[in-house]
Design a protein around this ligand. Structure first.
Ligand code: NAD
Length: 488
């Protein structure tokens, strides 16, 4: 299989790095081989990005004209939605209903930031003299957007759309496990007529292409989504360069069920919150806190429902659980089930490879629930990033809040209760960037998203998501026509 070219400064070319293969997690067969970028390609992409930004053809566009490019990209994503969703299913292993939703969300993200771009305003600030003082916003420069494998195209759109809308150039470094959708986005941007050089898509490994981008002196900001250890390494380099970063990192989110909740809804929310995307989600509600009085009945019912989840080929609309991304990742998830047992945990369901002969070639893992642990156990503290949930009983609100917040992470959380005052109280007390009340994993591009503590720095989405790719400039304009008194 000859390597697919990468998208370097508006041209399709072979990169100077080692080609890498993307595998279909259903059978681990090679889906595609892609060219990767070497350090010289990174240099070229950065220089082209800087030149494209300075070119009046982009720099001087009025906001509604820039927005038109984003609308065109959105329209093309919508035109190709089914093809993109099917490709992502193969590249990543997520069930088709999920990949369709991710593609639709990517198109929506481009439209939303087109609207924000057109409507964004600066400020006339209160002056303290006979001058007019203004605060305006300008683009940062060339942005490096580094993305993980779990939600391709949606993750890339979440960074590329606001960065372009703000007037920057962008270089995308997709995950080495799922490079294909970012390359598709490049094709569509090209077709939309985006001036050449504004977008490059450079596949490669984190250690080579990713690290070269982060360290490059011409990169004005890194916007990163991925694991906390990688985020920390990028943060160190950024500190040396005095370069802004936004870091969307890992999580170990609590999903909390009170006895007064609508328990049928809560069960559905716990299932969806943890097991959609096979648990390979930063916001997976993987610590499930259940009020003591309903613990036995709730966990029994939950285990029954988990056992009934439909595991299979992501091509089927009926499939709820597809394969994990790689055999190595499945080994890691499996290792946590072994650890849970060593820590004294009891497996209520799943936690093994399936016996079904049709699933043997893929990286399948039966969704698991574990009880008998406490919140301090490693299984309850570390991000597993797979279909494994830890069940934790709680007695009262104070101990619940203390335990739920006892985590290095602070990404998301869920509260299930029929008492809105309690929902408000608990929601405010949780250390998390997002709290879902009687729901879970709902998203609006108009609502900020991001993590506290080791779950990250900064917020994406929403109106301010554009400003994350801009800096402020203050202007003072004399209105008096008189000399400055000191110099007079
Ligand atoms: P990862 O950190 O291994 O890789 C993410 C990206 O960083 C990849 O493109 C990788 O090639 C690159 N990378 C790795 N080392 C690098 C380096 N030294 N310099 C520059 N780039 C480097 O994460 P992953 O396994 O792809 O994704 C799973 C993780 O992502 C989980 O921890 C999950 O919680 C997190 N995640 C967070 C969010 C969020 O919004 N908070 C969303 C999705 C995933």
């Amino acid at each position: 299989m000859s390597p697919l070219p990468l998208y370097l400064a508006g041209t399709w070319t072979s990169g100077r790095g080692e080609p890498l293969a993307s595998h279909n997690p259903v059978n681990n067969r090679v889906l595609a081989v892609v060219s990767t970028a070497g350090a010289a390609d990174v240099d070229h992409a950065v220089a082209a990005g800087q030149a494209a930004m300075r070119n009046p053809a982009w720099r001087d566009l009025l906001p509604h004209q820039r927005a038109a490019f984003l609308h065109r990209i959105a329209t093309l994503i919508e035109r190709d939605a089914e093809r993109l969703a099917q490709l992502q299913r193969q590249d990543n292993g997520k069930p088709i209903l999920e990949t369709r939703a991710l593609v639709a969300s990517a198109a929506g993200t481009f439209r939303y930031f087109a609207a924000v771009c057109e409507t964004m305003e600066g400020d006339i600030t209160p002056s303290r003299g006979n001058y007019l003082s203004l605060s305006t916003w300008e683009p940062l420069g060339v942005i490096a957007a580094i993305t993980p494998w779990n939600s391709p195209i949606a993750s890339e759109a979440q960074k590329v759309a606001p960065a372009l809308a703000a007037g920057n150039a962008v270089i995308v470094k997709p995950s080495e496990f799922t490079p294909l959708l970012a390359l598709e986005l490049a094709k569509l941007s090209d077709e939309a007529g985006l001036p050449k050089g504004l977008l490059s898509v450079l596949p490669g490994t984190g250690a080579s292409t990713g690290a070269a981008l982060v360290a490059h002196p011409g990169i004005a900001k890194v916007t990163f989504t991925g694991g906390t250890a990688t985020g920390r390494a990028i943060g160190r380099v950024a500190a040396e360069k005095i370069m802004p970063v936004s870091l969307e990192l890992g999580g170990k989110s609590p999903n909390i069920v009170f006895a007064d909740a609508d328990l049928d809804q809560a069960i559905n929310g716990v299932l969806f919150g943890l097991f959609s995307s096979q648990g390979q989600s930063c916001i997976a509600g993987s610590r499930i806190f259940i009020e003591e009085s309903i613990y036995p009945a709730f966990t029994a019912k939950l285990a029954e429902r988990v056992t009934a989840l439909r595991i299979g080929d992501p091509v089927s609309e009926r499939t709820q659980i597809g394969p994990l991304i790689t055999p190595q990742h499945r080994d890691k998830v499996e290792g946590y089930v072994t650890l849970a047992r060593e820590e004294g945990g009891r497996l209520l369901c799943g936690g093994t490879r399936p016996v079904d002969a049709t699933l043997q070639a893929g990286n399948y893992f039966m969704p698991a629930l574990i009880d008998g642990l406490n919140n301090r156990n490693r299984t309850a503290q570390e991000e597993i990033f797979g279909p494994v949930g830890v069940l934790l009983p709680f007695r009262d609100e104070d101990s619940l809040i203390a335990e739920a917040n006892d985590s290095v992470y602070g990404l998301a959380s869920g509260v299930w209760t029929g008492d809105f005052r309690r929902a408000w109280r608990i929601g405010r007390a949780l250390n998390a960037g997002t709290v879902w009340i009687n729901t879970y994993k709902q998203f609006s591009i108009a609502t900020p998203f991001g993590g506290n503590a080791e779950s990250g720095i900064g917020r994406e989405k929403a109106r301010d998501g554009l400003k994350a790719y801009m800096r402020q400039k203050s202007l003072y304009i004399d209105m008096s026509g008189r000399p400055i008194p000191w110099a007079d």
